[in-house]
Write a protein that binds this ligand. Structure first.
Ligand code: BDR
Ligand code: CA
Length: 311
């Protein structure tokens, strides 16, 4: 079977953790390396959390530290959703075998792209700071990457503000660099990710398997569920698993080509991904595939199958 070479950039995070577990389980994927960025939690946590989750599922990938802050301004972490440690306050050990690489994330990503020219799929499920630094520092990177699949943005609602989605809001300047880079972009924004909901019945079923991955999935989701259950949600959106499953199962999703740019100066629209999907006036380029819908039941069935095959 031909495998897609993939690089994962993440801010691990409860839904990042689940996306990472899914990526590891997908037979169609060859995960080359992982980089951590500051986002849901500070970099020390997102970096060690990535090691913790890999340790949980006996996965051994090179993991690199990225940016400690957005390109401008200070970190904006998400304790309410992801708990004080980023993993919903579930305690996992850092595996003894963990190797703390010194190479910065952007250098490691560029090296991986040189080894897989035109083939590497970059899945970015946190703020886009590492990716923007890499594209700026290595001008050849844009033509080396096959695609950037992003969890971020929205053609409709926001979550962290009425206008903006978290990953774009916390570093809109980085996001703007990525959307203008010329690399083919798949944007899985809130339009689709809010529909990709894992329910309490789903996570109880996973926990009942008795595996570490199944129990962790249920346990880490209790923190976001405290908040979302009071907001009328039927479960927890698997935001970050959307670009992961889009890569292997695009047939589950509905998408449209659009022009997408980022508001970097707005007072109430900071970090909004402005798309021309619904306007008469169009941007000059269709620079992104904007994913708008998903067959929720099939998506969740595949996600559960991935997690159920892990230790
Ligand atoms: C995104 O923000 C983070 O809280 C999640 O990990 C996801 O990447 C959703 O807006
Ligand atoms: Ca994330």
């Amino acid at each position: 079977m031909k495998k897609y070479p993939v690089w994962l950039d993440c801010d691990t995070g409860v839904d990042d953790a689940i996306a990472l577990m899914a990526l590891h389980a997908l037979e169609e994927v060859e995960l080359i390396g992982i980089s951590a960025v500051c986002g849901n939690a500070l970099l020390d946590d997102t970096f060690t959390n990535t090691h913790r989750v890999c340790g949980l599922i006996d996965a051994n990938y090179p993991i690199f530290r990225g940016a400690e802050k957005p390109l401008f301004g200070e970190p904006h972490v998400s304790t309410l959703f992801h708990g004080s440690n980023g993993l919903g306050d579930v305690q996992l050990p850092i595996p003894e075998s963990a190797v703390m690489h010194d190479t910065p994330a952007w250098e490691a990503l560029h090296e991986a792209a040189l080894v897989h020219p035109g083939e590497l799929r970059l899945i970015a499920i946190g703020p886009l700071t590492n990716v923007a630094i890499a594209l700026t520092k290595y001008p050849d990177l844009a033509s080396l990457l096959h695609t950037i699949l992003i969890m971020g943005g929205s053609a409709s609602v926001g979550n962290v503000t009425p206008a903006a989605e978290f990953n774009i809001y916390v570093d809109p300047h980085a996001a703007q660099i990525v959307f203008k880079s010329g690399v083919p972009i798949v944007m899985c924004g809130l339009d689709v990710t809010l529909k990709a909901v894992l329910t309490p019945e789903d996570w109880d079923e996973l926990a009942a398997i008795g595996s570490k991955a199944g129990r962790f999935t249920r346990n880490c989701l209790q923190q976001p569920w405290k908040m979302l259950s009071q907001m009328g949600f039927s479960g927890v959106p698997m935001h970050d698993s959307c670009p992961v499953l889009y890569l292997v199962h695009p047939e589950l999703f509905t998408a449209e080509e659009a022009g997408v740019y980022v508001e970097t100066h707005g007072t109430i629209t900071q970090g909004k991904t402005v798309t021309d999907l619904y306007s008469d006036k169009q941007f000059d380029k269709k620079n992104a595939t904007v994913v708008l819908d998903v067959e929720r039941d099939r998506f969740i069935a595949i996600l559960k199958d991935c997690i159920s095959r892990l230790p």
